[in-house]
Design a protein around this ligand. Structure first.
Ligand code: GAR
Length: 188
């Protein structure tokens, strides 16, 4: 059995799609949601699906191993970042080497790095006059958005599109592909 921890701090629409996709799956289970915000809407998604959640503060996240210890108890085998903005600490990367993936709302390596998240990305894409954008799923290493790319999907940008419209298109791609890519990776 693969047991996934999803890290999310925003709306949690990707987390919700992943939870829905693996509901009743015989070999893959979303076992815990981790958030750094105690009011993140994603925590509602977790509780309405009877999935436990952990709210982590910055100091505990960066200076202790308590999260890893909780994951050992829960037998977590894979970590999915879905709208989680903190850099992953070295000890967690070592404990889960090549078992942490992230979704990013651009065609990396373009529009990645610290500060490039959510609407900031889509505004930058629009300002640069890009003709296409998309989403990237990649392994997580100790640098923001630099791990090996696993999957990308793209969409064309019409010059009349606003950053909000671009965001909606990219989220559609994320919802369509992220759960399926996770399933494929865990079957390999
Ligand atoms: C997603 O679009 C994801 O690509 C982005 O945050 C959004 C979370 O949406 N992640 C980043 O920008 C990471 N740098 P959600 O909470 O509705 O799933």
């Amino acid at each position: 059995m693969h047991k996934i921890a999803i890290f999310a701090s925003g709306t949690g629409s990707n987390a919700a799609k992943i939870i829905e996709h693996f509901k009743d799956h015989p070999a893959i289970q979303v076992a815990v949601i981790v958030s750094n915000k105690n009011k993140a809407p994603v925590l509602q998604v977790a509780s309405s699906n009877n999935i436990p959640s952990i709210v982590i503060d910055k100091e505990r996240f960066y200076t202790t191993s308590t999260l890893i210890e909780s994951f050992e108890k829960l037998e977590i085998t894979f970590i999915v970042l879905a709208g989680f903005l903190w850099l992953i600490p070295q000890r967690l990367i070592e404990a889960y080497r090549n078992k942490i993936i992230n979704v990013h709302p651009s065609l990396l390596p373009k529009f990645g790095g610290k500060g490039m998240y959510g609407m900031n990305v889509h505004r930058a894409v629009k300002a640069a006059g890009e003709t296409k954008t998309g989403m990237t799923i990649h392994y997580v290493n100790e640098h923001y958005d630099e791990g090996k790319i696993i999957f990308q999907a793209q969409t064309l940008i019409d010059q009349a599109q606003s950053p909000e419209e671009i965001a909606r298109k990219v989220q559609e791609l994320e919802h369509e592909h992220f759960p399926v890519v996770i399933e494929r990776l865990l079957k390999e």
